[in-house]
Design a protein around this ligand. Structure first.
Ligand code: NAP
Length: 259
């Protein structure tokens, strides 16, 4: 299927690795010109080059922390009027509720709620005027099924979902959509990093954690960044204008638990 977005321009936040990279690659295969961001320059440039070499599309890089005002200003300066915006950033740290200070909550809300809101506010007027816009927020499975020890993430991402619920309906009349993709367990640095923390605490091994994770997934495996990206690209396509305000789980059937 031709997704009908060749020549469109996209910002993919946090796109040097993992799910963000999967989205960037899938959009590039459809001929979308890209601006991708990340804090680390080396992986960012390597990813940009790999995408250019594989697809021939233009890929600009903006190195910086998207959760800061300066990071957001830099990416918007590079592409102020994208047709497609994929918001993404690293998730907040794990921990115990009693151990979180108010500043931890402020950082989580800034990163995983206010950052997408600020970017959306900046790009929406032009999308509305142009009568084409596709906004996807990478959130988490935790929006539907809060995850123990990830309270900071649970709270900030649910907050984002609620904050955009009405807007996502209001903009649809102008062929602008706002949706959320909720990853379950995907095989990326993020999930392996979380497991490494558990291993460091001495309670489990990587192999045990992976085996247990997979056992709880009806599909019998972790998701891949490539399949996440392909799904995202369809939601950014010309054919997806009738889908807005949705929180869509990609979790191999894990939710709502044992059936
Ligand atoms: P990942 O493989 O660790 O990749 C994260 C990407 O984001 C990297 O390119 C990283 O590059 C970039 N990044 C992180 N913080 C950033 C920041 N502040 N500013 C700019 N770029 C930033 O992670 P992932 O698995 O793709 O996860 C993406 C999102 O999905 C996260 O919010 C995660 O919590 C959520 N999620 C993932 C899973 C899963 O199973 N993988 C499940 C549920 C939710 P730099 O480090 O160089 O900046």
């Amino acid at each position: 299927m031709d997704l009908g977005i060749k020549g469109r321009r996209a910002i993919v936040c946090a796109g040097s690795k993992g799910l963000g990279r999967g989205c960037a690659e899938a959009l590039a295969r459809e001929g979308v010109e890209l601006v991708i961001t990340a804090r680390g320059g080396e992986a960012l440039e390597a990813t940009a080059k790999a995408i250019r070499d594989a697809t021939g599309v233009s890929v600009k890089t903006v190195q910086g922390d998207i959760t800061t005002e300066a990071g957001r200003a830099d990416v918007l300066a590079a592409l102020p009027d994208p047709d497609i915006l994929i918001t993404n950033a690293g998730g907040p740290p794990q921990g115990e509720f009693s151990g979180f200070e108010l500043d931890d909550w402020r950082r989580a809300v800034e990163a995983n709620m206010l950052t997408p809101i600020a970017l959306i506010k900046a790009v929406l007027p032009k999308m509305t005027e142009r009568k084409f816009g596709r906004i996807l927020n990478i959130t988490s499975y935790s929006v539907k099924a809060p995850i123990a020890r990830l309270e900071l993430s649970n709270g900030a991402r649910a907050g984002l979902t609620g904050a955009l619920a009405s807007l996502a309906r209001r903009v649809a009349v102008n062929n602008v959509t706002i949706n959320h993709l909720l990853p379950g367990p995907f095989d990326t640095d993020r999930i392996r990093g979380n497991w490494r923390q558990v291993v460091a605490a001495g309670t489990s091994t990587m192999e045990e954690l992976e085996r247990n994770a997979v056992k709880a997934i009806p599909a019998g495996r972790l998701g891949t960044a490539e399949e996440f990206g392909n799904f995202a690209a369809f939601l950014c396509s010309a054919h997806a204008g009738f889908t807005t305000g949705q929180s869509i789980l990609l979790d191999g059937g894990s939710y709502p638990g044992t059936l």
